[in-house]
Design a protein around this ligand. Structure first.
Ligand code: 57M
Length: 359
């Protein structure tokens, strides 16, 4: 909104010309979302407590988690609110990708809210059935994939890291590939959200790197120099992702160990859906396996554990999956697991940046 209100006034006051720069608006989007989250956080936590939206802890989890019972969940609402309000303030609202990301945030957020709400009402950590969750996520992801497929300026080519001349056009196969990436990332982030700050840290780091990818891919000159796909208009996503970074840091203020609030599925599913969609929009889908490598490892640890358990009639690879519980049960204090996983995420993000030059 500010972009539309103030940029045209640059003829009156030259300083407003600054509103045309993505860098300026991204910096203020981070600060705005952070500020909103810090301001509304205490009120949201109080309200969630009053509504007794407290987390129910599964009996079979690590013993150390039972002291967390009653911690308010659904804190993801403050992330989504701060992020969407900030985007509406700072982004160019005529941009297709901005509305696409707002749509996926609200779509996946609604599914997560439904699940969290049922858990609180049913007073047990079950919520929506796995099938129903997967079905509705696939519906939202399919709508997002179709929107991208039908958008004239968007190419359905796949970017292969390190191979600049390998850009296969997926055609209709783009749809299932995009749905898989979006739903897979949403659930991988969801699985990762099992320790204080363990999901929001790496999500914020990944969003920061995709903010850079969006800026680069949306700039024809830089994209040509780096020999990465140019995606007209996708640079505006750096505003949305900047808002996500700000909201993520703001949420971490309250979710840091010992957490005053959990994000809930409303946050985890929305954030994962956003990362998956952003990776596809900026045409760095495969690189998401690196930037979001922590989420991949968390999801793989569950798949490996369940498969091994079934094949060996009850034996386990890890003490408990996802892998963050394995280290907890090995005796690592929770904060140590969390910060080490953040460090790994940061290293993976930096490696993904280097992939842009190694082509
Ligand atoms: C998402 N949710 C946390 C919180 C958060 C197939 C199986 C691997 C599924 C998996 C599962 O249930 N995943 C659900 C993870 C839960 O967090 C809530 O859920 C939201 C995210 N969706 O926002 O509202 C618990 O995580 C802890 N937590 C924190 N701090 C945070 O900031 O401490 C969350 C956020 C919270 C709190 O204790 O209650 C979760 O872990 O459920 N299941 C598991 O992850 C379980 N693993 C398991 O069963 N492993 C088995 C097999 C199936 C692989 C095995 O290893 O043999 C573990 N999780 C729980 N208990 N709760 C272990 C058992």
């Amino acid at each position: 909104m500010l972009y539309h209100l103030l940029y045209p006034l640059k003829t009156v006051f030259g300083g407003f010309n600054v509103f045309r720069y993505l860098t300026f608006r991204s910096i203020f989007a981070v600060l705005t979302a952070l500020f909103i989250c810090l301001i509304i956080g205490p009120w949201v936590i109080r309200k969630l407590k009053e509504l007794s939206f407290g987390q129910y802890i599964r009996e079979d989890g690590p013993q150390s988690h039972h002291q967390k019972a009653g911690t308010p969940t659904m804190g993801g609402l403050m992330i989504l609110f701060s992020m969407v309000v900030t985007t509406l303030l700072w982004a160019d609202l005529t941009n297709f990708y901005i509305w696409l990301l707002i749509g996926v945030s609200l779509g996946f957020g609604a599914i997560g809210f439904w699940d969290d709400y049922l858990k609180v009402i049913k007073k047990h950590n079950r919520g929506l059935s796995g099938k129903a969750k997967l079905f509705w996520q696939s519906v939202v992801a399919t709508l997002v994939a179709l929107a991208l497929y039908l958008y004239p300026d968007f190419e359905t080519t796949l970017t292969v890291p390190f191979f600049k001349d390998l850009n296969p056009n997926l055609g209709l196969a783009f749809l299932p590939v995009a749905v898989f990436i979006i739903v897979g990332t949403a659930n991988a982030v969801n699985l990762t959200d099992g320790l204080d700050g363990l999901a929001i840290g790496p999500v914020t780091i990944a969003a920061a790197f995709y903010l850079i990818f969006a800026y680069l891919a949306g700039n024809a000159r830089i994209a040509a120099y780096l020999q990465i796909p140019f995606v007209r208009g996708v640079g505006e996503l750096s505003i949305f992702l900047a808002a996500l970074v700000g909201a993520g840091i703001g949420f971490l203020w309250f979710n840091a160990y010992p957490a005053q609030v959990f994000m809930g599925d409303v946050g985890a599913l929305a954030l994962g859906g956003i990362l998956g969609t952003a990776a596809i929009a900026v045409k760095q889908e495969i690189l998401l396996m690196v930037v979001g490598g922590l989420f991949v490892v968390e999801a793989l640890s569950v798949i490996m554990q369940v498969c091994f358990f079934k094949v060996t009639n009850g034996r386990r690879i890890f003490r408990m999956a996802p892998i963050h519980h394995h280290f907890e049960l090995k005796g690592w204090p929770e904060p140590k697991v969390i910060v080490r996983f953040w460090i790994i995420s940061l290293v993976l993000g930096l490696l993904s940046l280097s992939a842009l030059k190694l082509r």
